[in-house]
Each structure stands twice: as C-alpha cells, then as structure tokens.
Design a protein around this ligand. Structure first.
Ligand code: FES
Length: 103
C-alpha cells in the first residue's frame, strides 16, 4: 500500500548533476538529479554502507563516495558491479514538495 511522505522541498532538492542526502520518517535517502529529473534511492550502499547521497553523478548513475560502486539513478541497478542494486523509491513533485513512497 502506498505511503507517500514528504522528503524535502523542491528548493532543497539537488540541482542537475548533483546528489544529496535527505531523510523521510527515519529512512535515509539519496536524492539524485540526472538531467533535471529527480530520483530517490536507498542512501546505504550495499558494499560497506557508504552514504550514496554524499557521492556524485556520473552519466546516469550515482557513484558511492567510498569505493565508487555505481548505481543507475532511476532503477537502482548496478552499473558496477552489475550483480548489485539499491532500492529506488517512487518519487513525485507536488507543489513545493518532493514526495516519495515508502510503501
Ligand atoms: S561502501 Fe559504497 S562502494 Fe564501498
């Protein structure tokens, strides 16, 4: 069942080509902006729990700041390594707010 909650304000969301950390109801989230499109991923890297929201964007991927594992911002699928992935939360913008579905 959908559980849409406010993640941050549109004004606080990262600019194109940037990532940022945010939190919604105690859940740490990596907010990414690839080409002007926002997406929300689990902030915890599956490698050694690095903070993805402190990383950076490369092509359409979020790069972990600790050991450079890469995940597609929209799907969470691993670019490197390909057999890993992170959860992606449905995201929508409503007025001045960025909302995600925590399910
Ligand atoms: S903790 Fe993310 S790549 Fe190692």
């Amino acid at each position: 069942m959908a559980n849409w909650v406010r993640l941050c304000g549109v004004a606080e969301a990262p600019s194109a080509g940037e990532v940022r950390e945010a939190e919604a109801e105690g859940v740490a989230v990596c907010v990414a902006n690839v080409g002007g499109e926002l997406s929300a991923l689990d902030n915890v890297c599956p490698h050694r729990e690095g903070p993805l929201g402190q990383g950076w964007i490369e092509k359409d991927c979020v790069v972990c700041p600790w050991h450079s594992w890469m995940f597609h911002a929209k799907t969470g699928a691993g670019e490197f390594p390909a057999d890993q992935s992170v959860k992606v939360f449905p995201l929508r913008v409503e007025g001045e707010d960025v909302l995600i579905d925590l399910e």
